[in-house]
Design a protein around this ligand. Structure first.
Ligand code: PGA
Length: 252
C-alpha cells in the first residue's frame, strides 16, 4: 500500500447564499464521522471566513478556495490574492478548473503563476487537468493532460511539487451526469502518475494524491475510489447536499 493521502474536496462553485452556505457547512461539520480521509470544503469567497470558523477545530475538515490571483496585491479589481486567503487560514486552492480555463480564458502561464503564488503562502494547490470530449474522441486525451501538467506544474522543484494535489476532471464528465468509467479514470490516473515519475521520480509519483472529478456521486464513488490510482474526488454537484457529500466521503 502506498502512503497516499485520501481526499474528498467539495467544490461548491457559484452556489449558495450566505445562509445556505453556513447551513451546509454546519450540517457537514455536525454529521461527519471520524475518517482518515481529508475532507476539504471549497465554498465561494464570501463564505471562507465563516466556514473556516465553523470547521476550525474539527479533525479531518479543511478549508479551500476555488481560485486565487497570481499577484500578491494591487490594481486587479474583483480579484483575491493568495496572501489574502492565507490571512484567513485557507489551506487549499483549486487552480486551473476547466470552467476557469474555458469561461475566463485562463492560460497555462497564468495557472503556473497562480500555483507559485499559492505555494508562496503555504496554500496547497489542487491543480485541475482534463480533456474535452473531442480530444478524447481524437485519442488526444493523454497528450492534452500531459501538456497541462508540464505547463502548469513541472517548473516546480520536487520539494514544491510534493505539496500539489492533482485533480483529473474530464470536461465531458463535469456536471453532465456522465462520469468517466472507473477504468477510464484509472487509466488516466496511472498515466498521470507515470508522467510525474518521469519528471520527479517514482517516490514522488507514488505519494502524489490524484483526485477524480466529473459527476462523481454516492452511486459511483465507491467504484471510482476503488481504483488503485484514484485517491479521492473533487465533487461539484454532489457537494451541495450534506447527505450526498458525506456519502461520497464514506465511499472508500
Ligand atoms: P460535478 O463537478 O461533480 O458537478 O461534475 C465537478 C467539478 O467540476 O469539480
Amino acid at each position: 500500500m502506498t502512503p497516499r493521502q485520501r481526499i474528498v474536496a467539495g467544490n461548491w462553485k457559484m452556489n449558495t447564499s450566505y445562509v445556505e452556505g453556513r447551513n451546509l457547512a454546519k450540517e457537514i461539520a455536525d454529521r461527519m464521522q471520524p475518517t482518515d480521509t481529508k475532507v476539504i470544503l471549497a465554498p465561494p469567497f464570501i463564505h471562507l471566513n465563516n466556514v473556516g470558523n465553523i470547521i476550525r477545530d474539527l479533525a479531518g475538515l479543511y478549508l479551500g478556495a476555488q481560485n486565487c490571483h497570481w499577484a500578491e496585491s494591487g490594481a486587479y479589481t474583483g480579484e483575491i490574492s493568495a496572501r489574502m486567503l492565507a490571512s484567513i487560514e485557507v489551506q487549499y486552492v483549486i487552480i486551473g478548473h476547466s470552467e476557469r480555463r474555458e469561461y475566463f480564458h485562463e492560460t497555462d502561464e497564468q495557472l503556473a503563476a497562480k500555483v507559485n503564488a499559492a505555494l508562496a503562502y503555504n496554500i496547497q494547490p489542487i491543480f485541475c487537468c482534463g480533456e474535452k470530449l473531442d480530444m478524447r474522441q481524437a485519442g488526444q486525451h493523454e497528450a492534452i493532460v500531459e501538456a497541462q501538467l508540464r505547463q502548469g506544474l513541472f517548473h516546480l522543484s520536487g520539494q514544491d511539487f510534493k505539496k500539489v494535489i492533482i485533480a483529473y476532471e474530464p470536461v465531458w464528465a463535469i456536471g453532465t451526469g456522465v462520469n468517466a468509467t472507473p477504468q477510464q479514470a484509472q487509466d488516466m490516473h496511472a498515466f498521470i502518475r507515470h508522467i510525474i515519475a518521469g519528471q520527479y521520480g517514482q517516490a514522488i509519483a507514488d505519494t502524489t494524491t490524484i483526485l477524480y472529478g466529473g459527476s462523481c456521486n454516492p452511486s459511483n464513488a465507491r467504484d471510482l475510489f476503488r481504483q488503485p490510482d484514484v485517491d479521492g474526488g473533487l465533487i461539484g454537484g454532489a457537494s451541495l447536499k450534506a447527505d450526498d457529500f458525506l456519502a461520497v466521503v464514506n465511499s472508500f
